[in-house]
Design a protein around this ligand. Structure first.
Ligand code: ADP
Length: 401
């Protein structure tokens, strides 16, 4: 089978400013409304208190669509992380002793509050992450569903009776909360990545120290505010952000943190895995991949185009399951490339608050440069087509990025 790889994703920087300008004012008013809302928080949460960094340092959170500053949040490090761990450890005693049903009631309330603030949370996601509002609202429901699901599921955490090898013994497995959980999350799903980690942890009786991405901490802080409003006791959920390596190191070094859960890059995941060994922590990692999308020559063209479009362009290509490579059978290549190219040209690029926009901005300038470099790489190899002579070089380019 011949293969061909093509660069699929480019948000043209020459288009963006033109398309953003009309909505800049609207974005400012959305930001102003959100800042006055009861869910907006711009400090860290430690032991149920909203706090600044001990030295008062802050970092800016920018709107990726306009570059404007939305808020300043504390630039925290080891000291604040250790405070957060102590609070979580203290809260563990009482939270873990509640019945799963009692915890479930708190979590259900949190779920309800998230859903009743769906509009504001969705706007906050669009504001700090950039994805179209419709997708952001979808993320709120998706993110909230983890809390609902695990609050129910934790009521059914059964143990096991194991057949014993000796007649006078009885072996059983009793499942207990592991302890304080450190959760480190990325910016592409500012709410769902947090609820997916915190929902099961809290439901089981663990307490948590969350470190959201510094690029999108406001959604995490709003969700934490709603957790407090739901009656989740102080210290059960703590949020710190700032110096990522320092915060990570503090979580790893603490013997009180018994589990690390992380979604992000493979490089950071490896560091965390190595660092967790020192105190033999449990660890769950969801890392990057290099996912191919394969189109065979008997594919239904419309379905294939729709499928690849969704796989490649969701969240402007910024999800961990986005296709990195598209491999098309030579028998359908020409037809597919033409139909796909047309479909891509029809995607509306712009800011996430504009009706009809399906491609928001990339998260920051570094991401734009990365896509530009992929594009240049693909263009420089555009003379390479599938076929007998060039097959070797084509496969090499397929693996290159
Ligand atoms: P991405 O490239 O998707 O942003 P990263 O792995 O860099 O992936 O980031 C995912 C999360 O990991 C973010 O919250 C980031 O701040 C955090 N992070 C980055 N470096 C470290 C580190 N050394 N220790 C702990 N967390 C880190």
């Amino acid at each position: 089978m011949g293969v061909a790889r093509f660069a699929l994703c480019k948000i043209s920087s020459s288009l963006l400013p033109r398309m953003h300008r009309p909505s800049a004012l609207r974005q400012m008013s959305v930001a102003a409304d959100l800042k006055n809302s009861t869910i907006f928080r711009s400090q860290g949460l430690i032991g149920g208190r909203w706090v600044a960094a001990h030295d008062g340092k802050t970092l800016q959170v920018n709107n990726p669509s306009t570059g404007e500053i939305i808020a300043d949040v504390p630039f925290m490090g080891r000291r604040e992380t250790n405070d957060a761990i102590s609070s979580a450890y203290e809260a563990l005693n009482s939270w873990s002793k509640l019945t799963a049903t009692e915890r479930s009631k708190c979590l259900r309330k949190w779920y309800d509050l998230i859903m009743s603030h769906k509009e504001e949370l969705g706007q906050l996601i669009t504001l700090e992450q950039g994805k179209p509002l419709k997708e952001a609202l979808g993320e709120v429901s998706y993110g909230a569903s983890f809390i609902e699901f695990f609050a129910e599921e934790a009521k059914r955490v059964y143990g096991d009776i194991i057949p014993a090898t000796l007649a006078d013994r009885r072996l059983f497995v009793l499942k207990q909360p592991v302890g304080v959980v450190g959760a480190i999350t990325p910016w592409n799903f500012p709410l769902a990545m947090i609820t997916r980690k915190v929902g099961p942890a809290l439901a089981c009786g663990c307490t948590a120290v969350v470190k959201p991405s510094e690029l999108t901490p406001l959604t995490a802080l709003a969700a934490a505010e709603l957790a407090l409003q739901a009656g989740i006791p102080p210290g059960v959920l703590n949020v710190v952000m700032g110096n990522a390596p320092d915060i990570g190191d503090a979580l790893l070094a603490s013997p009180q943190v018994r589990k690390i859960t992380f979604t992000g890059s493979t490089a950071v995941g490896k560091k965390l895995m190595a660092g967790a060994a020192g105190t033999v922590k449990r660890i769950s990692l969801e890392l990057g991949g290099n996912a191919p999308c394969i189109v065979f020559d008997d594919a239904d063209l419309d379905v294939a185009v729709k499928g690849v479009l969704a796989a490649k362009f969701r969240n402007s290509g910024q999800t961990c399951v986005c296709a990195n490579r598209v491999i098309v059978h030579e028998g359908i290549y020409e037809k597919f490339a033409e139909a796909f190219s047309k479909a891509v040209q029809n995607l509306q690029v712009g800011d996430g608050f504009t009706e009809g926009v399906v491609q928001g901005p990339l998260i920051n300038e570094a991401a734009v440069q990365k896509v530009e470099s992929f594009l240049q790489d693909a263009l420089s190899k555009s003379h390479v087509h599938f076929g007998h002579e060039s097959e070797r070089s084509t496969s090499r380019s397929t693996r290159a990025s």
